[in-house]
Design a protein around this ligand. Sequence first.
Ligand code: SAM
Length: 393
Amino acid sequence: MTPAARVQSAIGILDSIIDAAQNRGAPADRIIAEWARGNRYAGSKDRRAIRELVYGAIRACGPVPLSGRTAMLRLAELQPEIAELFDGSNYGPPAIGEGEAAATGGAAPPWVVRHLAKSDIAGPEAEALLGRAPLDIRINTLKAARDTIELPEGGEPLLAPNALRYESGTQVEQWDAYRDGKVEVQDHGSQWACTAVRAQPGQTVIDLCAGAGGKTLSLAASMENTGTLIASDTDRGRLSRLAPRAEKAGAGMIQSVLLNPGKELEALSEFQGKADTVLVDAPCSGTGTWRRNPEARWRLGKAELLRFAEIQSRLLSIAAQLVKPGGRIVYVTCSLLDEEGKDRIAAFLAANPGWSADKLELPIGRAHGEGTRLTPYHDGTDGFFIASLTSPC
Ligand SMILES: C[S@@+](CC[C@H](N)C(=O)[O-])C[C@H]1O[C@@H](n2cnc3c(N)ncnc32)[C@H](O)[C@@H]1O
C-alpha cells in the first residue's frame, strides 16, 4: 500500500470507531482487527502503520470528531508529513480543501476535562492519560520466581515484587512461559492494588467484581493456593474466562460464583460476615486506562458516570455485609474521577459509623482523600484509586 492509501484506510477505520463509540459498538481494537481480516492485501507493515495512524488520530482528538477525515486532519496538524499525503492520489485521501476544519484536540470532551480538573487531574497529569502504556507482566509465584524464571527477553524489574516491564507490543502471548501459566500480563498499578488486599494463606477472600479474574489470579498466588477465594461477577461471559486461566495458572483454590444483578447477596449468603477481605474492583468509567483504550473518552456520558457512582456505592454496601468483624474492604477503581473514588469512600464512611479508612503503605502513589491514587504521570502505571476500609470489631 502507498503511504497515502494507508492514511485513507485509517480514515475509514476511524469512521467506524467514531460510530461505534457513539452507538455502544465494538471497541477500536476489534474494528481494526476486522478491517485487517477483510483486507488481506494489507501486509503486516501496512497493518502496523495503519494502526499507528488510527491510534495517533484518536489520541490527538479531545471531543468526538465529526468524521475519520477530521480526526486525521487533526493528527496532520501535529505531524505535517501526514498532511502531505492528502494528495488526491489513487486510493489516497482527497486534497485538503481551503479552510477545511480539523477536529479539536485536548485530553477529552470538555465536560470530562472539567470533571478531571475538579479531581486534580490537569496539565501534564491529563496529558499523560493518553501516553503509550508499556507492557507489564506478573510472575506467577505458584509456578515460578522472578529471580530464576527464564524468559525470551529480560524485562525491567519494577517495585512490585513480581513485576517486570517490557515495551508495548512485546509478544508475551507467544512465550512458553505465558502458555505454561508462569507469567500473566498485568499492569504494575493493578499488581499494587492486589498487594493492598494483603491476602494471606488460609484466609477467606472475596473478589466481588472478578471479571475474567486478572486480580483473582494474583490473590490466589498471594494465598499460596490455600484458604477460600471466591471470584464473583454478574457477567457470565467474563467469569467463564476465569476457569481456564486459573487452571493454566495452577490456581485450583478459586471458586467462581455468578451473581444476579440486584440480588448479589443471595448467591454469596454463606459468606455473610465471614470474609477477611472483600476486594471491590468496581465497574467504572476507566479514565485511568485511556492509554490502552483512548477512544473510551468518547463513550462516556454524564448519565453513565452517575450510574457508575450509584453501583459503586451499592457494591461497597454489599461488601460491608460480607466482611467479618474487624475485616477489610479494599476498594479499587481504574478511574481518576473523584466521583468514582474519593467521594464514594467519603459517602461510605459517612453512612457506616464505626468503619475506618486505613493508610495504605504502598511505595508508589499519593494519598488522595481517604485512599491512594496512582497515575500514569506520577507512577507510570494505569490510573487507580485504592482505599482500604476496616469494619468495626
Ligand atoms: C473493573 S471490572 C473488574 C476487572 C477484574 N477485577 C480484573 O482484574 O480483571 C468490573 C467488573 O464488575 C462487574 N460488575 C458489574 N456489576 C456488578 C455487580 N452488581 N456485582 C458484581 N460485579 C459486577 C463487571 O461485570 C466487571 O467484570
